[in-house]
Design a protein around this ligand. Sequence first.
Ligand code: GRF
Length: 207
Amino acid sequence: MRRVAVLISGRGTNLERIVAEVRDGCLSGVCAVVVVVSNRPEAGGLEVARRAGIPTRVVPSSGLDGEAYGRRLLEALGPWKLDAVVLAGFMRVLSAEVVERFRNRIVNIHPADTAEYQGMDGYGWAFERGLSETKVTVHLVDEGVDTGRVLAQETVSLQGATTLDDVRRRGLDVEHDLYSRALRRWFENEGRSWDASTGGRAPCAES
Ligand code: GRF
């Protein structure tokens, strides 16, 4: 079983679905969420984790530059012997040091097609343009902002969506379905090459 940290900043609906899929869904027996880390103490997702009995850590980011924050984050992640880091609404860009430590082991979900739109508020972007459809993207995290290799994508129909809330609701429904399925496939596919290179076991990040 892969040991996963989920990083959040907000309400944690993607986290909630992942936890449910680990409990008795498509991620059951595939991975375990061993810790949830938030950069904001008030993130609702921390309560989701507590209810599920998952250890939580708050690593506040306010006032810290990217590099300093990255070092704090690595300290917090170090003891957990992680195979992968899953970003679920984590609103800080990871420093190059964090990306390097977990190279090809960090996954994010982005509320747009990363080839068309990078950065914050992808649903606002789609709504303002009056798009009839948009996409959500699961991708690996590299040093850029939403530039890593795409693992999975799904279309969100916005036909008849009249408010931004409506766009967000439709998008999140698709995200929740897509993320766990994409994680499962990723663990199955890439996990084999991790295993091959390490004689049967995914290497853990150094602690
Ligand atoms: C999602 O729309 C995700 O795509 C984006 O941040 C939002 C997080 O929502 N990166 P939640 O905290 O999982 O409800």
